[in-house]
Write a protein that binds this ligand. Structure first.
Ligand code: SOE
Length: 394
């Protein structure tokens, strides 16, 4: 439990699946990490008074509200955590930053480059008065992913030569699975590309320490029409008898050229039968390689080409020791962590950044750069897979 420290009062806007994950992060971080400020789960905000009350009771929020605008004006709120669909990120984040609140915003940062740019500008202005903003690319904070980044940065795989990243799920494989907001371009911005491809882009750039400069891609909508949603449950829900048009991609494939000249391949799919939450990043270097797989998140595959040839091969490092990133705060060595722990690490890192007034990463500027990659993949696909340079001036 954290020391007897000043409170950091959090308001969270939205209470879907990501709301549950963020609540878990806020609740556990101060209980396992010795934090300089004590996060308090003050207000949960949602459109339906009844639904938001039920969620707040389940997850442990003190109060509820239905109007986010009045909440961000409150003097007793320090942090605004945004877990709504992408179409409201910009409006809420900019208003919260202008009101002097620290902002944590779910990924992708926005639904367009223009929105992401406006958010990044607002974050830069707010940073001058010590107000912090961070985007929720949570998988950076899985200990094995952080370790992979550390090994690459320490030169343990030599010079990076090739990058491969894929995020594959199958929860839309059933053509009768109903429309949700994630299938509506107006709400989600894009489909598999922005929903999960954004994670693959962020994680590949994070682990490799390299940034994408140009892309060539294709997008495909595999099932163009689905039953409308009757009642939402988790990522999906029950179907109504009416049907609607899917307005986003189901599958995104693209090649990337990094600023260094290194080439990479990317894949994002919600139709990869049998792949449940398969986020994989493999970085091949001149003297070794690292391979991260979210479906095996307590380990990291490491290949050391400088080892004697007779014993060379990918080694499965169990990332469960106190010496590994984040792990010491949890269970005795070897006792493994799960999906939810990334959200606790995210809350911990954000609280520490707020306290030390240090820009947290991934920053809104990092989120904007990912947004530019997403937009470039879309324009490349619309232009017959033409190589498209990431426009950093836009
Ligand atoms: C659904 O594809 C989803 O919940 C994404 O929206 C999340 O960002 C990802 O972490 C898990 O899958």
């Amino acid at each position: 439990m954290s020391r007897d420290t000043a409170p950091l009062r959090v308001a969270m806007i939205g209470h879907g699946f990501m709301g549950a994950a963020h609540s878990q992060g806020w609740r556990t971080a101060p209980r396992f990490f010795d934090l300089p400020l004590r996060p308090e789960m003050q207000v949960l905000v949602g459109r339906s008074a009844e639904a938001v009350r039920a969620a707040a009771d389940t997850w442990g929020w003190a109060e509820t509200a239905t109007d986010w605008r009045s909440v961000i004006e409150r003097d007793d709120i320090d942090v605004v955590d945004i877990v709504t669909p992408g179409d409201s990120h910009a409006e809420i984040a900019i208003a919260a930053l202008n009101a002097g609140k620290h902002v944590l915003c779910e990924k992708p940062l926005a639904n367009s480059v223009d929105e992401a740019k406006a958010m990044t500008d607002a974050a830069a202005r707010a940073a001058d008065s010590g107000v912090m903003a961070m985007v929720g690319f949570t998988y950076r904070r899985v200990p094995a992913a952080t370790l992979a980044r550390d090994l690459v940065a320490a030169g343990r795989i030599g010079e990076v030569r090739q990058i491969r990243a894929s995020y594959r799920q199958d929860w839309l494989s059933d053509a009768d699975s109903p429309m949700t907001w994630r299938l509506d371009k107006a709400r989600a911005g894009s489909g598999a590309l922005g929903d999960i491809g954004a994670h693959a882009i962020d994680l590949a750039q994070f682990i490799s320490g390299q940034r994408i400069a140009a892309v060539s891609g294709v997008l495909q909508t595999i099932v163009g029409e689905r039953p409308l949603l009757a009642e939402s449950r988790g990522l999906s829900g029950t179907a109504s008898t009416e049907r609607g048009t899917v307005t986003v991609d189901d599958l995104a494939l693209f090649s990337a050229r990094f600023e260094s000249g290194v080439l990479g391949s990317f894949e994002a799919s919600r139709f990869a039968s049998g792949r449940k939450n398969s986020l994989r990043v493999e970085i091949s270097g001149s003297t070794g390689a690292v391979a991260f797989d979210l479906e095996d998140l307590n380990s990291l595959q490491f290949f050391d080409a400088t080892a004697p040839i007779e014993t060379q091969g990918f080694t499965r490092i169990l990332v469960t020791e106190p010496e590994h990133p984040y792990v010491a705060a949890w269970w005795p060595a070897g006792h493994t962590l799960g999906y939810e722990h990334g959200f606790s690490h995210q809350a911990k890192d954000f609280v520490e950044a707020i306290s030390s007034k240090t820009q947290p990463r991934p920053s809104f500027a990092d989120g904007l750069q990912v947004q530019r990659v997403l937009a470039s993949v879309e324009s490349s696909a619309a232009d017959g897979s033409a190589w498209t340079t990431i426009d950093t001036d836009q």
